[in-house]
Ligand binder design. Structure first.
Ligand code: IPE
Ligand code: IPE
Ligand code: MG
Length: 241
């Protein structure tokens, strides 16, 4: 692989896949076509991640706030999601990819929940890569849910308030047990987090690109990783070794 150091790969890459609607507009098509083309990029980036050796890939597919979109768009996204999971199952099984989700899955239509659950179960023994889709996900909702979980443990006497640590908070999030993202990619020239993994990204490196998600493919993904490898991550310490 050109210019990629296999010893210094991000362990966890998170992506805000944005710009499907604008891609469609540019092509004078409806937004749904943009989402369909975006699914092609998902396929491409999942495959590339597996080839490069990225262990954790987390994709922001539908935010808690995306429920505000017109009903026909939400319905189209749900259908596309279900179709995608069905279509990609063999690929995941053949490539050792374990599938999981973060977010309020109970808010999704029943047929999508069933498809999600089936995919999680069938891929549960895979060990080479973990593909996480954020669905009906919002970071602030995640933090509220975590606080409720912790408060209940305190109420029940299982925990005292002095014993609440960063580790306990991390473990109580939907991402409990996952490493924090090393690299965040956001496409389509938007420079914000849009309620994605706020706690987890305290020391994540950011890569922003004007490329619209349907046009983001392996070649630029490699560029993003190359750029990541040039960064010096200090975590608050001095740069001296
Ligand atoms: C990202 O593309 C996909 C989702 C949020 C589901 P958008 O649909 O947000 O595309 P733009 O931002 O309108 O171009
Ligand atoms: C963020 O994109 C959510 C996903 C990519 C799923 P949005 O397009 O919803 O974000 P905003 O509204 O521009 O911040
Ligand atoms: Mg958008």
């Amino acid at each position: 692989m050109p210019n990629i150091d296999p010893q210094n790969l991000p362990k966890h890459v998170a992506i805000i896949m944005d710009g499907n609607g604008r891609w469609a507009k540019k092509k004078v098509m409806n937004r749904i076509r943009g989402h369909e083309e975006g699914a092609g990029s998902v396929r491409n980036i999942v495959k590339a991640s597996r080839e490069i050796g990225i262990h954790w890939l987390t994709l922001y597919a539908f935010s808690e706030e995306n429920w505000k979109r017109p009903k026909y768009e939400v319905e189209a996204l749900m259908k596309l999601l279900s179709r995608f999971l069905k279509g990609e199952l063999d690929e995941m099984l053949n490539n050792g990819i374990r599938f999981q989700t973060i977010g309020r899955i109970d808010k999704l239509p029943k047929y999508v929940q069933d498809r999600v659950q089936k995919t999680v179960e069938k891929t549960s023994r895979n060990k080479d890569m973990v593909l996480t889709l954020a669905l009906s996900y919002g970071s602030r909702q995640e933090v509220s849910d975590a606080i409720q979980k912790i408060a209940k443990r305190v109420e029940s006497g299982d925990l005292t308030s002095e014993k609440i640590t960063e580790q306990i908070i991390s473990d109580s999030l939907y991402t409990g047990g996952m490493p924090d993202p090393d690299l965040l990619i956001r496409t389509s020239a938007e420079y914000r987090l849009s309620n994605f993994l706020l706690w987890q990204m305290a020391y994540t490196e950011f890569y922003f690109t004007p490329t619209l998600w349907p046009e983001f493919r392996k070649d630029e993904y490699l560029e993003a990783i190359e750029e990541y490898q040039k960064r010096e991550r200090r975590f608050g310490a001095t740069g001296e070794k």
